[in-house]
Write a protein that binds this ligand. Structure first.
Ligand code: NAG
Ligand code: NAG
Length: 340
């Protein structure tokens, strides 16, 4: 019991900070701000960093996604809107560095490849303009390096690769690429590409059975060689062997209320961190060690204010900080682990 009390206090602090930090002061959304019980379980693991970023004025659109390059200490944010910069680059300390919008139409997902001598960022674009329905690689300054897909044309073809609302991607240090396609388009695919963009394996069927998808929305790879996919429409996470593509299992117990929109791991591999968009909730699930998946067990939840709408998130592999792109609140917030 004592432990629970401590946690309840922690929750109150966190919600208060979240409110203070809110960027929609005075807006209609703020007025409907309701304070809900923040931590429904025993452990408070993160606190909101109210000083990140230094100036929030750079968020001028709907912030759909965020990616951390921990090696170079960079945070990339992509936002949607008219006549605004689409990609914002900050430092992990919260300083704004630069922005660009050329060749970015309607960003959905983003991934920062963390290499010592190469700073690059990948974006999935769901726009219908001439750069839409592609997966693009940029250098850190916004120069376009690579385009995958058929620009401006959505579709179900595979040769050349054709996407329909590509949702997100994950790039391994080896250069292997995992793409989830997509966000409610005609395709429901998980594709693994080699570093020279050949298809290594894919699962491509719409449906509810094993290895089928309904809005595969986010993808990540763990250190045990497993690929984790937020199968949002099916309210589950599915897991695959990264080498063979073999289906290893699925978790649905933790997501009966709403499917996960985002999936990432803490750097120590202990927690899987998921977002639930419409519930405005972050969920920390105990990550299973190597081998069988076992059952899904929620360790902690962070209840954000109503209408914050956390869409996609990323975790710094160095500090363990969690950056959350909130479409409704039109901002990215940073949560730091309490025990760091
Ligand atoms: C690109 O961003 C600049 C501000 O950085 C803005 O003035 C311009 O209108 C934007 N262009 C587009 C096409 O959104
Ligand atoms: C996929 O299946 C679901 C039902 O399982 C359906 O709602 C959805 O429209 C289907 N999507 C496509 C692209 O066929």
């Amino acid at each position: 019991m004592a432990r629970l009390w401590v946690c309840a206090a922690g929750a109150a602090v966190l919600v208060a900070l979240a409110a203070l930090h809110s960027r929609f002061r005075g807006s209609p959304v703020l007025r409907s701000f309701t304070f809900q019980t923040a931590w429904r379980t025993e452990e408070v693991l993160y606190r909101l960093d109210v000083n990140w970023p230094e100036y929030s004025e750079y968020f001028t659109g709907a912030t759909f996604c965020v990616a951390v390059d921990p090696l170079n200490g960079l945070v990339y944010v992509a936002q949607r809107g008219d006549n605004i910069p689409k990609v914002l680059v900050f430092t992990e300390d919260g300083y704004f560095l630069r922005a660009w919008n050329h060749t970015v139409d309607t960003p959905h997902g983003i991934f920062a490849a963390s290499a010592l001598h190469e700073q690059s960022v990948w974006i999935t674009d769901v726009g219908s303009g001439s750069y839409g329905h592609t997966v693009k690689k940029y250098n850190s300054f916004g120069d376009l390096v690579q385009v995958l897909g058929t620009p401006g044309k959505k579709g179900t073809g595979l040769n050349p690769l054709q996407f329909d609302n590509p949702a997100e991607l994950y790039v391994e240090d080896t250069g292997d690429i995992y793409i989830v396609d997509g966000d409610g388009g005609l395709n429901n695919r998980l594709i693994k590409l080699s570093p020279d963009f050949q298809i290594l394996w894919l699962h491509g069927e719409n449906g509810t059975g094993p290895a089928k998808f309904n809005i595969p929305h986010s993808v990540t790879v763990d250190s045990a060689g497993r690929v984790w996919v937020a199968d949002r429409g099916n309210k589950r996470i599915q897991v695959f062997d990264k080498v063979t593509g073999e289906w290893l299992g699925a978790w649905s117990d933790c997501f009966s209320e709403e499917g996960p929109s985002s999936v990432r791991f803490s750097p120590d591999g202990k927690y899987l961190i998921a977002a639930q968009l419409r519930l405005s909730r972050l969920v920390l699930v105990a990550a299973p060690p190597v081998g069988s998946l076992g059952h899904c067990a929620v360790i902690s939840t962070v209840q954000l204010a109503d209408q914050v709408l956390p869409h996609l998130l990323d975790v710094s592999g160095e500090s363990g900080a969690v950056y959350v792109a909130e479409i409704g609140a039109r901002q990215v917030q940073k949560y730091v682990p309490l025990n760091s």
